[in-house]
Design a protein around this ligand. Structure first.
Ligand SMILES: CC(C)(COP(=O)(O)OP(=O)(O)OC[C@H]1O[C@@H](n2cnc3c(N)ncnc32)[C@H](O)[C@@H]1OP(=O)(O)O)[C@@H](O)C(=O)NCCC(=O)NCCS
Length: 188
């Protein structure tokens, strides 16, 4: 790709129905390059657009979908149980940051960081604290979460496929900044 994404037309915006085909195609490419998600992408549309999704965003570079993230309702994730226990809050105050990916050719230019910020700001406005789990092998994602101030809350074993499992690390989003009115500040 010519030029850095920052110099080009990079837009982070809510996902539309018509983005799903492009996002699914990007996901299939990322599974081939990065092995994400570990369980495979037999049904990329279903994996991206399940009933669990509260909101989703895409990153469009010069009009092309190059990245994606969503906020999902809890569905038995260990990260949710860990944070509910540690913070003493109900699951209804927690959501799961999920389905984060950026095409290899667009990486290293804060596209992932900007997708994360869109999701985190939206969750704060909804009064939800975000958690996630990341496979211990996914070093770039772990680096990104740590840079954005997410905290490690435990580890778990992610089961997939035919009895396989892989170590995963659970994170919680930073504590929201409070304004004088007690509401979180909008970062974008
Ligand atoms: C994780 C991912 C979304 C990051 O996208 P991105 O647009 O490159 O994100 P950013 O540019 O905002 O930041 C990436 C960070 O990872 C770092 N990084 C890149 N490759 C790395 C590696 N192999 N090891 C450690 N850190 C790495 C970058 O230096 C950057 O950190 P820095 O800003 O402190 O230098 C992208 O790498 C990806 O799609 N990976 C495959 C799917 C995946 O793992 N998803 C997360 C599932 S929980």
């Amino acid at each position: 790709m010519a030029g850095q994404p920052a110099e080009r037309d990079l837009v982070i915006r809510p996902r539309r129905t018509e983005d799903l085909d492009d996002a699914a195609e990007a996901l299939v490419a990322i599974h081939a390059s990065d092995g994400y998600p570990v369980e495979g992408v037999d049904d990329p549309h279903g994996w991206l657009d399940s009933p669990k999704v509260i909101r989703a965003w895409i990153a469009a570079l010069d009009g092309r979908v190059v990245g994606h993230v969503s906020i999902n309702r809890p569905n038995g994730e260990e990260a949710v149980a860990l944070w509910a226990d540690q913070a003493g809050v109900p699951d209804t105050q927690i959501a799961v940051l999920a389905r984060l990916f950026v095409l290899p050719e667009a990486r290293g230019n804060d596209v992932g960081g900007r997708l994360m910020n869109a999701a985190t700001t939206s969750a704060q406005m909804d009064g939800l604290r975000l958690v996630l789990d990341v496979m211990a092998k996914d070093a770039a994602a772990i680096r990104l979460y740590e840079r954005l101030g997410w905290s490690h809350i435990g580890t778990t074993s992610h089961a997939y496929g035919d009895g396989q499992s892989i170590e995963a690390i659970c994170f919680v989003s930073p504590e929201p900044a409070q304004t004088s009115s007690g509401s979180p500040e909008r970062s974008e």
